[in-house]
Design a protein around this ligand. Structure first.
Ligand SMILES: [Zn+2]
Length: 68
């Protein structure tokens, strides 16, 4: 009998490169005319700004696909 909280089955996992923080705001070193900083928004190169990556299919010894 399953418990009150059922397991969530997902086909993606949090990006191991950025840990889910897919876009970083990097100060460019200059300022706008109103004094605020110029920020460059840079996407993670691994997940391309999504924050998750697809699970890699992995097979057990019995050729059963399990999550990575
Ligand atoms: Zn990422």
């Amino acid at each position: 009998m399953p418990g009150p909280n059922q397991a969530i089955v997902t086909r993606v996992r949090i990006c191991p490169n950025c840990d889910g923080f897919a876009t970083a705001a990097v100060p460019a070193g200059t300022r706008h005319s109103d004094g605020s900083r110029v920020l460059l928004h840079v996407d993670c190169a691994t997940c391309h700004g999504i924050g998750t990556v697809p699970l890699r299919p992995r097979l057990t010894a019995a050729d059963v696909e399990v999550a990575a």
